[in-house]
Design a protein around this ligand. Structure first.
Ligand code: NAD
Length: 283
C-alpha cells in the first residue's frame, strides 16, 4: 500500500515538526490538536519554522507555500478516516496515547499503519488496544524534527514485517536515516541519553559545578552541540520527567529515576524553552 495521506496527532513541539517534515516531502498531512488555541499555536510555530528554512536557504518560498497548502489542521480524529499512516505525537502519557489509538483504530481503514512517536513508552501497550497490532509500530523522530536526520523505527513483538518495512520506507522518503530497534524502554537513543541527563542534574544538585560550567564542559570537552541543561530545556522538562518515570517503572534502576530537582522544576512550571524558562531564561 502506498502512503499518500498522513495524519499527525498532537501539534506540540514534535507534532508540528513532524507535520512540517511530512508536508515538505509531498504528503497531504492532517494534524489534530485538542482545542483551537493549541492548534493555532502549533501551526504558527510550524509557519515560523518554515520561514526560518527559507531565510537560511534550506527551502524556497515556493516550497514553503506548497508545503503549507498540503497541511490541514483539525480538532477531530474522525478526519483521519482517509489517512494511510497516522503518527501519534501527544503528551508522554500512556493513558492519553491508548485513548488516541482506540479511536484511530475505529476511524482509520484496517489497512492503515498506526505509529507512535513516543520517546520511551511501550508501543505494545498502544498496539494492544487496537484490532490491528500487526500494523502498529514506533516511528521516533528527534527534536527539532525538520532538522534532525535520525528516525528510530520500532518493532513490537506483534508488528508485521510489512508494516515495519513500510514505516522504514516512509521515514526514508522524508530524507531521514533510519535505525531499527526493538520495543524496549527508550529504544537506542533515550536508553543511553536519559541516565546521562539525570546524572547532570545530580551533579548540579550536589553543587559539583554550575549548570553553565557543566554545559561548557560537555560542549568543549566532548564536542557536544549543546550541554545537558541546554538539551533538557530543548526537550522540555515535563517530557523528560515523564520519560524517566516510564523507564524507572520498567527497569527499577536508580539511574532512570527522576532526580528530585527535576520534579520540582516541572511542578514550578519551569518546563524549558517552550515555557520561556527552564534551567535557563528565554524571555
Ligand atoms: N520533546 C522532545 O524532544 C521529543 C523528542 C522525540 C519524541 N518526543 C515524544 O513526542 C511526543 C510529544 O512530545 P512533545 O515534546 O511534542 O510534547 P508537547 O507537550 O510539546 O506537545 C504535546 C501536544 O499534544 C497535545 N495533545 C494531548 N492530547 C492530545 C490528543 N488526544 N489529541 C491531540 N493532541 C493532543 C497537547 O495539547 C500538546 O500540544 C511525546 O510522546 C514525547 O515523548 C519528544
Amino acid at each position: 500500500m502506498a502512503i499518500k495521506k498522513v495524519g499527525v496527532v498532537g501539534c506540540g513541539l514534535m507534532g508540528s515538526g513532524i507535520t512540517e517534515v511530512c508536508a515538505r516531502a509531498g504528503y497531504a498531512t492532517r494534524v489534530r490538536e485538542v482545542n483551537q488555541q493549541l492548534l493555532d499555536r502549533g501551526l504558527a510555530n510550524l509557519q515560523a519554522s518554515l520561514g526560518r528554512a527559507v531565510e537560511r536557504g534550506r527551502a524556497t518560498a515556493e516550497e514553503r507555500d506548497q508545503a503549507l497548502a498540503r497541511i490541514q489542521g483539525t480538532l477531530n480524529l474522525e478526519d483521519f478516516a482517509d489517512c494511510d499512516l497516522v503518527i501519534e505525537a501527544v503528551i508522554e502519557n500512556l493513558e492519553e496515547k491508548r485513548r488516541v489509538f482506540t479511536v484511530l483504530d475505529k476511524v482509520c481503514p484496517s489497512s492503515s499503519i498506526l505509529a507512535s512517536n513516543t520517546s520511551t513508552m511501550c508501543i505494545m501497550e498502544m498496539a494492544s488496544v487496537t484490532q490491528r497490532p500487526d500494523k502498529v509500530i514506533g516511528i521516533h523522530f528527534f527534536n527539532p524534527a525538520p532538522i534532525m536526520k535520525l528516525v528510530e523505527v520500532i518493532r513490537t513483538i506483534a508488528s508485521s514485517d510489512e508494516a515495519v518495512a513500510q514505516g522504514r520506507a516512509f521515514a526514508e522518503s522524508l530524507g531521514k536515516t533510519v535505525v531499527m530497534a526493538k520495543d524496549t524502554p527508550g529504544f537506542i537513543v533515550n536508553r543511553l541519553l536519559v541516565p546521562y541527563l539525570n546524572d547532570a542534574i545530580r551533579l548540579l544538585e550536589a553543587e559539583t559545578a554550575t549548570k553553565e560550567d557543566i554545559d561548557k564542559a560537555m560542549e568543549l570537552g566532548l564536542n557536544h552541540p549543546m550541554g545537558p541543561f541546554r538539551l533538557l530545556d530543548l526537550v522540555g522538562l515535563d517530557t523528560h520527567y515523564y520519560i524517566c518515570l516510564s523507564q524507572f517503572d520498567e527497569f527499577r534502576e536508580p539511574r532512570f529515576a527522576p532526580p528530585p530537582l527535576l520534579k520540582r522544576m516541572v511542578v514550578a512550571g519551569r518546563l524549558g524553552r517552550k515555557a520561556g524558562k527552564g534551567f535557563y531564561d528565554y524571555k
